[in-house]
Write a protein that binds this ligand. Sequence first.
Ligand SMILES: C[S@@+](CC[C@H](N)C(=O)[O-])C[C@H]1O[C@@H](n2cnc3c(N)ncnc32)[C@H](O)[C@@H]1O
Length: 185
Amino acid sequence: MSRSEEPYFKAIFSSLSYLQPKKILEIGFGLGISAELIQKYLKPKLHDIYEIESSIYNDLEEFAVGRPSVRAHLGDWQRQLIKQKYDFIFYDPFDYIEIEGFNYEKWIKARAKMAERMKKLLSVEGVLCHPHFGDGEVPSLPGFTTIIVERLKVSPIRMADETFCEDAAVIFHKPNKEKSCSDKP
Ligand SMILES: C[S@@+](CC[C@H](N)C(=O)[O-])C[C@H]1O[C@@H](n2cnc3c(N)ncnc32)[C@H](O)[C@@H]1O
């Protein structure tokens, strides 16, 4: 994570402000860039943020001061019992680096598990958004339809492996509606 992401994140939240989500879940506070832009462009009534690192959580607590919609939560989001439903989830706990010994099968399984949990946390019209770096295919999520809002050139973003990225996309995933009995022939 680095401040070089800021113009890209600004593009994400300014172009998605039309969704007008009232309840937002954000996973990973980091430098608080997205949290600040979410406050500015989406103006949620509720903005729950989960952060696993205690030193970063201290920054998050400071950020919450004077921002009544922000609720700071310390810990691994996967180990929390989250009962709230959200209109918008911004999922950014990644470090954007291919770990040594990266296992594609495991990654796919973990992604499917994440998608299943996310679906349970979303309201009927809720959407899941995450950063997408590069001009490559946006990986789909089981049970969701992926919407690519915009592909854009961005001022160079410094990645965790010290390379720079100048392509990105504004995307979100919409949960597929389950078929009810009355939809069946
Ligand atoms: C890429 S940074 C987030 C950057 C942030 N969006 C910003 O604009 O600055 C990832 C953050 O997610 C946190 N994180 C990673 N895994 C997590 C988890 N399982 N639960 C909660 N937070 C997590 C990391 O400690 C780190 O602060």
